[in-house]
Design a protein around this ligand. Structure first.
Ligand SMILES: Nc1ncnc2c1ncn2[C@@H]1O[C@H](COP(=O)(O)OP(=O)(O)OP(=O)(O)O)[C@@H](O)[C@H]1O
Length: 347
């Protein structure tokens, strides 16, 4: 999402002068510092990358093979290197809608994160052409996760757990660098093989340093955390936290397990599915379990209640998923397993 918005800054240090978390919009001084260090590191990297941009037309260097995808801000092409023949994914961003700074930002965020096995690897090659900016990444050729999620069914449990574990690990890596991903959805998860064994997170156009002040732009979607829908704690906006990604991961895991969204938007007054969820969370009573949650096993309930806690400070971190792997997440599969085990025992 380069170039459309200015690159925002984390909460200014001056906001912390009263020494309270209130003054920092709810951030602790350590969290604020982590975001500021991430922002400074990115600024340095952008300055260096600006000096090493290749000035050329893309087709002088690379042969186009086929389009891989089109986003709101850019198109992605499968290309091969003209001399070596190496296949690469080239993301091309048109200059009219992309500033140099916005391009460098997305390029450098991807470059700084791409060493993780569940994040698309970036090559340090940025290209400025007459009408576009481009950068190169590894091609991931089995489409995005949305095509693997069967509506009303989801993914088989083992595949759902594998995806969840890899995405949680990728997000933990991003958070450890002082950044918040902010755009987790199946369309940004690329699949490496037909059995969906390995996945990789792509598209770092929305990633920002922790503490960056942001407001909700446009209507909320299921993945939008409720604190972003509420009036912001500071006039400039909400200082963003990794808890935004934990919420989105909870929604994504729900989709993987059921093939449904849990709600359209996390607004009690506008969305009865969200209201039912809050009523069930408050009562904990089995009879209050909302219909879309029927197929989930107790371990998945517990995991998702933690990730989908409406209070960001109480919300579980993305890494909480590790404690739930290998346990049944789908009710029917668990019953089937028990039945299967019973049958085996009786042999
Ligand atoms: N490395 C890659 N390998 C294969 N396909 C890719 C790769 N990167 C992106 N794509 C495809 O291109 C599409 C658009 O890419 P991307 O999400 O980066 O663009 P965008 O304009 O930033 O999108 P958005 O509208 O979500 O902001 C993706 O949904 C995906 O299908």
């Amino acid at each position: 999402m380069p170039g459309k918005q200015p690159v925002e800054r984390p909460v200014e240090a001056g906001a912390a002068e009263d020494g309270t978390e209130e003054g920092l919009g709810g951030l602790t001084p350590e969290e604020l510092q982590q975001g500021q260090e991430a922002a400074l590191a990115l600024e340095d990297m952008m300055a260096l990358s600006a000096q090493t941009l290749v000035h050329a037309e893309v087709d002088q260097l690379y042969q186009e093979v086929r389009p891989l995808g089109q986003g709101r801000y850019g198109r992605v092409l499968l290309v091969t290197h003209r001399q070596k023949g190496t296949p690469l994914a080239l993301k091309q961003l048109p200059k009219p809608s992309t500033s140099l700074r916005g391009f460098l930002y997305e390029f450098c965020v991807g470059l700084s994160l791409g060493t993780h096995p569940a994040i698309v690897a970036a090559y340090g090659i940025g290209i400025e052409s007459a009408h576009s900016y481009s950068f190169l990444t590894e091609p991931v050729l089995h489409g995005d996760l949305i095509t693997f999620i069967q509506p009303k069914v989801g993914l088989p449990q083992p595949a759902a757990q594998r995806c969840a574990a890899q995405l949680a690990s990728a997000l933990e890596h991003i958070h450890s660098r002082g950044l918040v991903y902010r755009d987790l959805k199946p369309e940004n998860v690329l699949v490496c093989d037909p059995a969906c064994r390995r996945v990789k997170l792509a598209d770092f156009g929305h990633t920002r340093p922790r503490g960056t002040l942001l407001r909700l732009a446009g209507p909320p979607i299921p993945y939008t955390a409720p604190e972003l829908c509420a009036p912001p704690p500071l006039p400039e906006g909400l200082p963003i936290q990794p808890a935004l990604d934990a919420w989105a991961l909870g929604v994504l895991v729900f989709c993987l397990l059921t093939g449904y969204f849990p709600w359209d938007q996390p607004l009690v007054e506008a969305d009865p599915f969200y209201e039912d969820f809050l009523i069930w969370q408050a009562s904990g009573q089995p009879q209050d379990r909302p219909q879309p949650w029927f197929g989930l096993a107790p371990a998945a309930d517990e995991l998702l209640w933690g990730l989908l806690d409406p209070h960001p400070r109480r919300r579980s971190p993305v890494g909480s998923i590790k404690g739930y792997l290998g346990r049944p997440w789908k009710q029917l599969e668990r019953e089937a397993e028990e039945l299967g085990k019973g049958a085996e025992d009786g042999q």
